[in-house]
Design a protein around this ligand. Structure first.
Ligand code: MRU
Length: 350
């Protein structure tokens, strides 16, 4: 049941090593990010992506900033870290894990009365490592809870990439799938390619292949017809931000899957760590949806696929209203309806 060998991000003391996901599956190329700007750039370009993974990347970027800081006083160091946070928070607005990780470190640093610079620096680095470590542990727990909702045998449909690449290790929705396979149950996966950047085709298919899990790749627009013709036992997706009422932001296309699942009476689950829950917002309308460059839609790998100056709408995520969600699988258990009550109960616990 151990974790797999894929490592999307690691701390190398002088730099953060990031597996460049834009190059997968053709090549496994690692970036050496030596400062905040390099990590911020890697997040913006989706070299590292997936809500938990970008939270870890931001935390490690802050650790680099602390480590190389020339600040002479604690106040200066804290101010320096705070400006690094501003830059990092600008990279991707929807995944709350990014803000969560940075706020967690800053709260820790600010709560120390110590003015010893080297102590504060090591505190930042330690906390970043802890965030990474805890994410893997949480994913293992999510997988453990999640396997209870998967029948045997099962056909499970998923979107985007929620595996080792998108997290500190193992994965959330994909982690549940991996666990079911690892304990010897029969599972086959229907992976949606995930337009426009093909995280499903490039990354999930790559991870499933490595794990030896049977899968079929479909385009996003085939999901409805697949459900009608073959049926599916379950849809399971990850999340970038979950509001207090359970409304969930995830990769564009997830909303369509949820509506289709409802129409075909297929249970629809979200798998995500508690750090993806933003209990400060009431519902999905308050979630900021990142809009990305039109070129992601008008061109593919440098080749234009639409006429020049074509007007484009390119939201990176959509919101699944909680009424479509059967359950939210977290490291503290599965939250079921009424979500507001369940989310409050799990989030208030420390
Ligand atoms: O744009 P991406 O690739 O960062 O989008 C990722 C997703 O939507 C994932 O489903 C989500 O972040 C959860 S990853 C465990």
């Amino acid at each position: 049941l151990a974790t797999d060998t894929i490592c999307s991000i690691s701390w190398q003391k002088d730099f953060v090593k990031i597996l460049d996901q834009t190059k997968l599956p053709a090549a496994e190329i690692y970036l050496e990010c030596r400062n905040v700007e390099a990590v911020a750039h890697a997040i913006e370009r989706l070299c590292i992506r997936g809500a938990p993974a970008i939270g870890i990347a931001a935390a490690m970027a802050l650790a680099l900033e602390a480590q190389s800081s020339k600040s002479k006083t604690a106040v200066d160091l804290i101010n320096q870290l705070a400006s690094a946070c501003v830059r990092l928070k600008q990279t991707r607005p929807t995944a709350v894990n990014l803000q969560w990780a940075l706020n967690r470190i800053m709260d820790k640093v600010r709560s120390r009365s110590s003015t010893d610079i080297s102590f504060l620096k090591s505190l930042v680095i330690k906390e970043a490592m802890l965030i990474h470590h805890e994410d893997i542990e949480n994913n293992m727990k999510i997988a453990e809870y999640g396997q209870t909702v998967i029948p045997d045998p099962a056909t499970v449909l998923t979107i985007c990439n929620t595996g080792s690449l998108a997290t500190g290790g193992y994965g959330t929705a994909l982690g549940v799938i991996k666990r079911v396979h690892a304990i010897g149950r029969k599972i086959s996966v229907i992976a949606c390619e995930t337009r426009p950047l093909l995280q499903g085709a490039r990354l999930t298919a790559w991870e499933l292949k490595k794990a030896g899990i049977p899968f079929k790749l479909i385009t996003d627009s085939m999901a409805g017809y697949f459900m009608k013709v073959f049926g599916a036992d379950l849809v399971i997706a990850g999340a970038d931000r979950i509001a207090a009422n359970g409304d969930t932001a995830n990769k564009i296309g997830t909303y369509s899957l949820a509506v289709l699942a409802k129409n075909h009476a297929i249970p629809f689950f979200i798998a995500a760590p508690i750090s993806t829950i933003d209990a400060t917002i009431h519902n999905g309308n308050e979630i900021v949806i990142e809009e990305r460059s039109p070129e992601e839609i008008t061109a593919f790998q440098g080749i234009e696929t639409a006429p020049v100056h074509t007007d484009v709408w390119n939201p990176s995520f959509d919101i699944v209203p909680s009424k479509y969600i059967t359950g939210i699988i977290t490291e503290r258990g599965i939250i079921r309806r009424p979500f507001t009550k369940g989310i409050c109960r799990l989030c208030c616990r420390n």
